[in-house]
Write a protein that binds this ligand. Structure first.
Ligand SMILES: [Mn+2]
Length: 407
């Protein structure tokens, strides 16, 4: 199987697909899958731009909307994770993963899927210790602060990924795992990027939870983006243990190293995106602790009957099949002939794919639960003070005491 890996997309689908087509022609080859490591910018219309953390004067429609509208079709199956520049309102609709456009699949805030016999996992967003232990309290339309915190990685999602026991072939994170520079030629890297040197020495370059996941999951490949440069590393997990080939890539600009082709051994096709049984079982088990306010997830409340959950999911998948639910449009498409967008506001839409998946897993729909912030009437001030205090305590504990992960 030939996989094209790309760094940050920044909405430039036209150019990336054109580069792949040129490459297929020049090398007389066929690319089976495109993987994008975040900053995808799945912007469907002008309203979505309001959920994108980019200064208004730099906000551009770019090209995703063409693929969303059906004007263009992705020529290669495409899988992506979220970064720190996303139409976060749209990605939240697809929190559990799903088709963002025909042939373009979002892995979810955290997720694992199968592509043929290859197993691909990913974590969306970037790490920031101030929000790590909090729940997913942000709801569209986002204020100045929420538009940033929404893409900060949460402990709940990392904890779910930490439960994965079966081997992962490829894992994706937008920011690099902390300490990854130790396993590659960092001297060469700081020649190109002198500003990284201080962070490397202070051990602050990269994501702590990503480093934790790398150590736990030991995937064959790990791809990242975010820092807009190419960097490779080889991670040896203990003496005689498995290896992870790490590669970070640049964003899509002429002359930049933004695309890499890798060949992975796999069973013969069909090469299709399918649900992953173990991941759906984890999702089902942990949904009871899904934190929808700023309060941290109570992970102790989870009764982890992994085997039972696994069997339940297996029998459901055997009946239905394991292809993801079909793509559905939930917002009007951009129309370049209309200077002013007259669609509805950036409120939450219950995406039919998410509804169908939750119904299939017999789980409640929670993504539009009001947060404490939006619902002051049902919220007693004393409780809220206690909660704020608890949250602050947990956050300071995490920021101060979490050990540096060596990998
Ligand atoms: Mn980024």
């Amino acid at each position: 199987m030939k996989i094209a890996v790309e760094g940050c997309m920044h909405g430039d689908l036209d150019n990336v697909y054109k580069t792949i087509a040129d490459l297929e022609r020049d090398e007389n080859t066929k690319i089976d899958l495109l993987i994008c490591c975040g900053d995808f910018q799945a912007v469907r219309n002008k309203k979505d731009l309001e959920s994108l953390n980019v200064k208004p004067k730099y906000r551009q429609m770019n090209t995703f909307w063409k693929y969303y509208s059906g004007k263009e079709v992705a020529p290669v199956p495409t899988i992506f994770i979220g970064g720190n520049h996303e139409a976060s309102n749209y990605l939240w609709e697809l929190y559990y993963g799903g088709w963002a456009a025909p042939n373009i699949f979002f892995l979810g805030f955290a997720g694992v899927i199968k592509f043929g016999s290859i197993r691909i996992g990913g974590l969306s967003g970037i790490y920031n210790c101030r929000h790590y232990s909090l729940g997913h309290f942000e709801r569209p339309p986002y204020n100045e602060s929420d538009i940033r915190s929404i893409y900060h990685v949460r402990e709940y999602d990392v904890h779910k990924l930490m439960q994965v026991k079966e081997p992962i072939d490829i894992f994706l994170s937008h920011d690099w795992p902390l300490g990854i520079t130790d396993c590659g030629n960092w001297r060469e890297l700081v020649k190109k990027k002198p500003s990284f040197e201080k962070e490397i020495q202070e051990r602050t370059l990269g994501s702590k939870p990503a480093a934790k996941l790398l150590e736990k999951l030991k995937p064959s490949y790990w791809f990242s983006a975010h820092l807009h440069c190419k960097f490779s590393a080889l991670v040896q997990h203990g003496e005689g243990g498995p290896m992870t080939k790490f590669l970070a890539l640049d964003k899509c600009l002429p002359g930049r190293k933004f695309l890499q082709i890798i060949e992975i051994e796999s069973d013969p096709g069909p090469f299709e995106i399918c649900y992953d049984e173990e991941w759906l079982a984890i999702t089902r088990t942990f949904n009871v602790a899904f934190p929808l306010t700023a309060r941290p997830a109570d992970l102790r409340s989870v009764q982890a009957d992994t085997e039972g959950s696994r069997q339940w999911v297996r029998s459901k998948l055997n009946t239905r099949g394991n292809k993801p639910f079909e793509f559905t449009r939930t917002a009007p498409c951009h129309d370049p002939s209309q200077p002013v967008f007259n669609g509805s506001s950036a409120e939450h839409h219950r995406n039919p794919q998410t509804k169908a998946l939750l119904k299939f897993l017999e789980l409640p729909y929670l993504l539009d639960n009001s947060t404490a912030r939006n619902e002051p009437s049902s919220y007693s001030p004393s409780v809220s003070k206690a909660e704020i205090a608890l949250t602050a305590f947990v956050v300071s504990m995490y920021c101060g005491l979490h050990p540096v992960v060596n990998s």
